[in-house]
Ligand binder design. Structure first.
Ligand code: FPP
Length: 232
C-alpha cells in the first residue's frame, strides 16, 4: 500500500484526562505526543497524506479557556516541530478558515508552511477552524459562477476554499479514536469511498503501532467503489 490518504478524528482527550482525575486540558496536551507518534510512523506505513482534525468550527462553542489552550497548543506545536518535520520530509499545511484565528497563530501557520514546503515524504494537513459543510458551501458558491463543472472541478474549488493547494484528495481510511462513531463534519466530500475505522482507544493513548493496526485492518478490506467483486 502506497500513497494513502489517512484522516484522523482525534477524539477522547477530555474523557481520558477526566478518567485520570486531571483537567481536560491535560488530555489535549498529552494528545500532542500521539500526534508526534503518528506523524513519525506515517511515511513508513505507506501514508502520503495525513489529515488530522485539530479544531472544528463547532469547537468555538467550547468554554473560552479550553479554546484558548487548544489555540496555544497549536501555536506551540507549529513553533517547536518545524525542525523535526523538515528533517523527516514532512510538508505541513493547515486547512480551514483563517479569518477567525489570532494574527499570531496565522503568522505561525504561514511560517511553518513556508519552512516545511520542501517536504516530499508526507503531507501533514492540520484541519483548524474546519467545517466540511461550510467549505462545500463556499465551493458550491464559487462553482455557481462557472458553467458546466464536473466532480474534479468541484474538488479543486473545495481545495481552494480550505486554503489548501487546490486539492481535496480522496480519503482512503478515516480513523476516529475515542469510541464514538460519527463524522462530525469532517471531509464529507473526500470520504465518499473512505473505509471507516473506529477504535475505543482514547487519542492520548493512540500511537504509531495503533495506526499500523488500523492500516492492517484496512489492507484486508475489499474496496469495490460500487462495482462487483472481481471473479476469482
Ligand atoms: C477531541 O477530544 C480533541 C480535540 C477537540 C482537539 C484535538 C487536539 C489535539 C490532539 C492537540 C492539538 C493538536 C495539534 C495538532 C497541535 P475531546 O476534547 O472532544 O475529548 P472528549 O470527547 O473526551 O471530550
Amino acid at each position: 500500500m502506497t500513497d494513502l490518504h489517512v484522516a484522523i478524528i482525534m477524539d477522547g482527550n477530555g474523557r481520558w484526562a477526566t478518567a485520570k482525575g486531571q483537567p481536560r486540558n491535560w488530555g489535549h496536551r498529552q494528545g500532542i505526543e500521539s500526534v508526534r507518534s503518528v506523524v513519525r510512523a506515517g511515511p513508513g506505513l505507506g501514508i502520503r497524506t495525513l489529515t488530522l482534525y485539530a479544531f472544528s468550527s463547532d469547537n468555538w462553542k467550547r468554554p473560552p479557556a479550553e479554546v484558548s489552550v487548544l489555540m496555544k497548543l497549536l501555536r506551540t506545536y507549529l513553533k517547536t516541530e518545524i525542525d523535526e518535520l523538515r528533517k523527516n520530509g514532512v510538508r505541513l499545511k493547515v486547512v480551514g478558515r483563517r479569518d477567525r484565528l489570532s494574527p499570531t497563530l496565522v503568522k505561525a501557520i504561514e511560517h511553518a508552511e513556508r519552512q516545511t514546503a520542501q517536504g516530499d515524504r508526507l503531507e501533514l494537513r492540520l484541519a483548524v477552524d474546519y467545517s466540511s459543510r461550510d467549505l462545500l458551501l463556499q465551493a458550491v458558491r464559487a462553482a455557481a459562477a462557472a458553467s458546466d463543472i464536473d466532480r474534479r472541478d468541484l474538488s479543486a474549488l473545495l481545495g481552494e476554499a480550505m486554503n489548501g493547494d487546490g486539492r481535496a484528495p480522496d480519503v482512503d481510511l478515516l480513523i476516529r479514536t475515542g469510541g464514538e462513531r460519527r463524522l462530525s463534519d469532517f471531509l464529507l466530500w473526500e470520504c465518499a469511498y473512505a473505509e471507516l475505522h473506529f477504535t475505543p482507544t482514547m487519542w492520548p493513548d493512540f500511537r504509531g503501532h495503533d495506526l499500523q493496526a488500523a492500516l492492517h485492518d484496512f489492507s484486508v478490506r475489499d474496496r469495490r467503489f460500487g462495482e462487483v467483486a472481481a471473479a476469482s
